[in-house]
Design a protein around this ligand. Structure first.
Ligand code: NAP
Ligand code: MG
Length: 401
């Protein structure tokens, strides 16, 4: 094949584990290398290599992402006790996603891939809803006390200058519970900027909601920071892009989301995002059809699939059995990264290719050729269930046609 698409700047490529690692090389071989003169800076985040490098490779890959601006990541194992044994690990290494998120100070945006024949449970959701979850603080960094009996619980702040603020939380008459949570203006500011930037990228409205009527200082601070940054830095840009920033109460937002058509970004506080992302993703059909991108306030992007390494399929694969693992979210991680690279480098051919590969992937499914997970939930008739490899080969045929 002649005339491959040329890349100016390399992508940071983060390889991963198990079944998704197998899909990763199939995707490259069948769908990327034949068409693109693929330039990547390769980091092997497979657990074996993370262990060999004492996890330095994860840190290096995050640093490279800051340098080049765009990364594509394969799913990786987050070690637990069973993995310690299985991989004979020196330590229970931290979640690579957590490490990368901390290094880039980013927000994760998750978007379902919508195809005809896989209908969302909520009938009026015509377009995808992208969920943005604040990934720092609140109940995830809480401090708790189980109150044994009568006594007073206080909230105390000691300033470095010696000033003290003290609030009585409750004068307990008997046993109970206490919880302290926090967030920082810095983290909320980063979250807000990431959301506004991503809304401009997608040219979609941004929704944000908290419970500021009840939490007049804590949640109100989120509302105020978003509004201040919007007014000072984004108002004009949003007007030019023809999009809006919409703030409401969280219960009102939930009610409106259920009645909406979709096609917007929903920014959520940490807990709301945890709960609502599972609701939205399962209502859209399948975790295997959900993309995920980490966007830093500095404008650095890391694309991946929302699902894990599909361990159960990997063991079947190792046993020589046929697998039917869905590669769509991993393909879209690549197309997302290639499109962003093309935008940043001013190479529209690369953006075009990403568009075509996504269209070919969707067209393949809509023509009735799909993996087993989708065949189980589709409303299409005459479905052909394909194995992992053949599904990717069918996408290539569609792409070349
Ligand atoms: P998982 O890999 O997401 O898979 C859970 C189940 O969901 C699979 O067994 C499969 O169901 C179905 N599934 C998920 N993705 C699929 C796909 N692409 N095609 C078809 N079916 C798919 O979650 P897990 O098994 O709980 O976790 C495995 C490993 O992934 C863990 O070590 C975890 O640490 C890691 N993980 C990594 C990330 C990440 O890197 N972002 C995220 C989550 C988990 P059936 O078996 O019923 O077919
Ligand atoms: Mg959760």
């Amino acid at each position: 094949m002649g005339n491959k698409i040329v890349m100016k700047t390399p992508l940071v490529e983060m390889d991963g584990d198990e079944m998704t690692r197998i899909l990763w090389s199939m995707i490259k071989e069948e769908l990327l290398v034949p068409f693109i003169d693929l330039k990547t800076e390769y980091y092997d985040l497979g657990l074996k290599h993370r262990n060999e490098t004492n996890d330095q490779v994860t840190i290096d890959s995050a640093e490279a992402t800051k340098k080049y601006g765009v990364a594509v990541k394969c799913a990786t194992i987050t070690p637990n006790a069973a993995r310690m044994k299985e991989y004979d690990l020196k330590e229970m290494w931290k979640s690579p996603n957590g490490t990368i998120r901390a290094a880039l100070d980013g927000t994760v945006f998750r978007t379902p891939i919508v195809v005809k024949g896989i209908e969302p449970c909520v009938r009026n959701w015509e377009k995808p809803i992208t969920l943005a979850r604040h990934a720092y603080g609140d109940v995830y960094k809480n401090v708790e006390i189980k109150v044994p009996g009568a006594g007073k619980g206080y909230l105390v702040f000691e300033g470095e200058d010696g000033t003290v603020q003290k609030e009585l939380i409750q004068d307990f008459k008997g046993a109970g519970i206490l919880q302290g949570i926090h967030n920082t203006d810095k983290s909320i500011t980063s979250f807000a900027r990431s959301c506004f930037n991503y809304a401009l990228d997608l040219k979609q409205d941004l929704w944000f909601a908290t419970k500021d009527t009840i939490s007049k200082k804590y949640d109100h601070n989120f509302k105020d920071i978003f509004q201040e940054i919007f007014d000072a830095e984004y108002k004009t840009k949003f007007e030019e892009a023809g999009i809006t920033y919409f703030y409401t109460l969280i219960d009102d937002a939930v009610a409106r989301v259920m009645k909406a058509k979709g096609g917007f970004i929903w920014a959520c506080k940490n807990y709301d995002g945890d709960v609502m992302s599972d609701m939205v993703s399962s209502a859209f059909g399948s975790l295997a059809m959900m993309t995920s991108v980490l966007v830093s306030p500095a404008g650095v992007y890391e694309y991946e699939a929302a699902h894990g390494t599909v361990q159960r399929h990997y063991y079947k694969h190792l046993a020589g059995e046929e697998t039917s693992t869905n590669s769509v979210a991993t393909i879209f991680a690549w197309t997302g990264a290639l499109r962003k690279r093309g935008e940043l480098d001013g190479t529209p051919e690369l953006c075009d290719f990403a568009d075509r590969l996504e269209k070919a992937t969707i067209a393949t499914i809509e023509s009735g050729r799909m993996t087993k997970d989708l065949a189980l939930i589709t409303s299409l008739k005459d479905v052909k269930v394909l194995n992992s490899q053949d599904f990717i080969k069918e996408i290539r045929k569609t792409l070349e046609a």
